[in-house]
Design a protein around this ligand. Structure first.
Ligand code: CTP
Length: 418
C-alpha cells in the first residue's frame, strides 16, 4: 500500500458536498491523515460534526480560529496533497485569482504540494467562459482540475457538471501522491478500451455471459483520461459509473462490441481489449421466453463469435503505429504453464502486448472481481513485465506506460483535448 499522507480536503459550497463524506472515508480507510477545510458555504450543506467525526480532527473554515497555531499557513505547508471537492465556480474563481478570504483559499496559497480539484456545478456555469478561463489558469499553474462527469445534476437537468465519483477522485489523488501528477504523456492520443463481459441472448430473459465486472477496463479508461488521452470506452454490461471525460459506448453482445470497437479504432492510437468477449453465441434465439416443456432439455447449438482482438491486430493498422493490447486469463495445465499459454496466445492473436492474469492463483482474486489485480505483461518483442498484486488503476498505469513507449512521437498539428 502507498505510504500514509497528510491530506487537506477542501470542501466547497455545493450540494455534491454530501458525496465528499464518502471520499473522506476512502482516504481515512487507506490510512491517510485528513484535515477537512470546508468553506462557510459548504457548512450549509454538510455540517462541522460530520467532517470532524469522519476525519478525527477539529474543523474550521476561518483563519480566526486557533490563531496561535497560525493555521492559515501551517495547514498548507504540512500537506502532502490538497484535494478540493466539490470545486464550485466561485471557489475555482477565487483560487485562480489568488484570493485569501477564508481558511481554504489561504491554504491553497501556502500549499507547495500537488493540488487536485474536482469541479461540480450546473452545466451553464461550467461552460461559461469565466469558469473555463479560471480552469485554464489553474491548469497552467500545475493544478490538476478533473473534468466534471456528465449526467443528472441537482435538478431535473443533465449535462457536464456532476462531481466525479468519489472512487475516481480517490484514484486521481492516489496517482498524485505516487508522484504521477503531471504525466500527460497520452495528450493528443485517442485510445479505445473495451470493458465488461458480453451477453449472448437465448431468449428475452436468458443469456450466456461471464463474471467480468468491467473494473479493469474502467480503470484503464479513467487512467488514460487522467494522462491526457481522448478515450472511447466500449462497455459491455457494466454497472459502474461512467468515468469523467470519457465517451462511453454501451453494448450487449460480441457482435455489437465488435462493431463499436472497429468503428472507434479507425483513428485510434491504441486499442486495449479488456472485455471478456463470448467465444460462442447460441445459433438460435427466441423472441419469446423458451418454455421448460416436458422431458429432457433440448441441446443449445452454438456458433463462434468473431475474435475482435485478432481481427483488429490482423488488419493493416488503420493508424500508423497503432498499439493493440489484449488481456488473457489463463491457468496452467498439462500442455504448459500460464506464461507459455500466454506467449502462444500473444502469437495467435497478433497483438503488441498481452496482459496475462493467472486465474485463481493462491492468495489473490481471479482478476474478475475485486479492486486489485496481478499480471505479467508480455510483449511481441519478447519482453515480460511482471506486475505484483496492485490496484487495477496501478496495473492500468503500467499498461499505458508500455503503450506510450511503443507509440510513435505525437504529430505536431495534434493538440491535447484539454
Ligand atoms: N477476445 C476478442 N474476441 C473474442 C474473444 C476474445 O477480442 N471473441 C479478446 C479479449 O478481449 C481478450 C483476448 O481476446 O483481450 C483474450 O481473450 P481470451 O478469452 O483469453 O481468448 P480466447 O481466444 O477466447 O482464448 P481461449 O481459448 O483461451 O478462451
Amino acid at each position: 500500500m502507498a505510504s500514509i499522507a497528510n491530506i487537506v480536503l477542501g470542501v466547497g459550497g455545493g450540494v455534491a458536498a454530501y458525496k465528499v463524506a464518502a471520499l473522506l472515508r476512502l482516504f481515512t480507510e487507506a490510512g491517510h491523515d485528513v484535515r477537512v477545510v470546508p468553506t462557510r458555504a459548504a457548512l450549509t450543506f454538510v455540517g462541522t460534526p460530520t467532517w470532524a467525526a469522519l476525519s478525527g480532527h477539529p474543523v474550521s473554515s476561518e483563519v480566526w480560529d486557533d490563531v496561535h497555531e497560525v493555521p492559515h499557513v501551517r495547514i498548507g505547508q504540512q500537506a502532502d496533497l490538497v484535494v478540493v471537492a466539490p470545486a464550485t465556480a466561485d471557489l475555482l474563481a477565487r483560487a485562480a485569482h489568488g484570493l485569501a478570504d477564508d481558511l481554504l483559499t489561504n491554504t491553497l496559497l501556502t500549499a507547495r504540494c500537488p493540488v487536485l480539484m474536482a469541479p461540480a456545478m450546473h452545466t451553464e456555469m461550467w461552460l461559461h467562459p469565466a469558469t473555463q478561463d479560471n480552469v485554464a489558469v489553474l491548469r497552467s499553474r500545475g493544478v490538476e482540475v478533473l473534468d466534471p462527469a456528465s449526467g443528472r445534476l441537482t435538478g431535473a437537468d443533465s449535462g457536464p457538471g456532476r462531481l466525479p465519483e468519489p472512487a475516481e477522485i480517490f484514484a486521481a489523488a492516489t496517482r498524485l501522491l505516487a508522484g504521477r501528477s503531471s504525466v500527460a504523456d497520452l495528450a493528443g492520443r485517442h485510445v479505445v478500451v473495451s470493458a465488461g463481459g458480453t451477453r449472448e441472448h437465448l431468449d428475452p430473459v436468458r443469456f450466456l455471459g461471464n463474471r467480468s465486472s468491467g473494473r479493469q477496463g474502467y480503470a484503464l479508461a479513467a487512467t488514460a483520461r487522467a494522462r491526457g488521452a481522448e478515450v472511447t470506452l466500449v462497455a459491455a454490461n457494466v454497472a459502474l459509473p461512467d468515468p469523467a471525460g470519457v465517451k462511453v459506448v454501451p453494448v450487449v453482445s460480441a457482435d455489437e462490441l465488435r462493431d463499436a470497437v472497429r468503428a472507434a479504432a479507425g483513428d485510434a492510437d491504441a486499442v486495449v481489449m479488456a472485455a471478456a468477449v463470448a467465444d460462442f453465441r447460441p445459433r438460435d434465439t427466441s423472441d419469446a421466453k423458451i418454455k421448460k416443456g416436458e422431458g429432457e432439455p433440448t441441446e443449445i447449438a452454438l456458433l463462434r463469435t468473431p475474435d475482435v482482438l485478432a481481427e483488429i491486430a490482423a488488419q493493416p493498422r488503420s493508424r500508423a503505429g497503432q498499439v493493440v493490447v489484449g488481456f488473457a486469463a489463463e491457468t496452467g495445465d498439462a500442455d504448459g504453464d500460464v506464461l507459455s499459454h500466454g506467449r502462444a496466445k500473444l502469437g495467435r492473436k497478433g497483438c503488441d502486448l498481452l496482459v496475462v492474469n493467472e486465474v485463481g492463483a493462491a492468495g489473490h482474486p481471479t482478476g474478475f472481481e475485486g479492486t486489485d489485480n496481478a499480471a505479467v505483461v508480455l510483449g511481441a518483442d519478447g519482453s515480460e513485465i511482471p506486475v505484483p498484486l496492485v490496484s487495477k488503476e496501478a496495473l492500468a498505469d503500467v499498461v499505458w506506460d508500455l503503450v506510450a513507449q511503443r507509440l510513435p512521437a505525437v504529430r505536431r498539428e495534434q493538440q491535447p483535448p484539454r
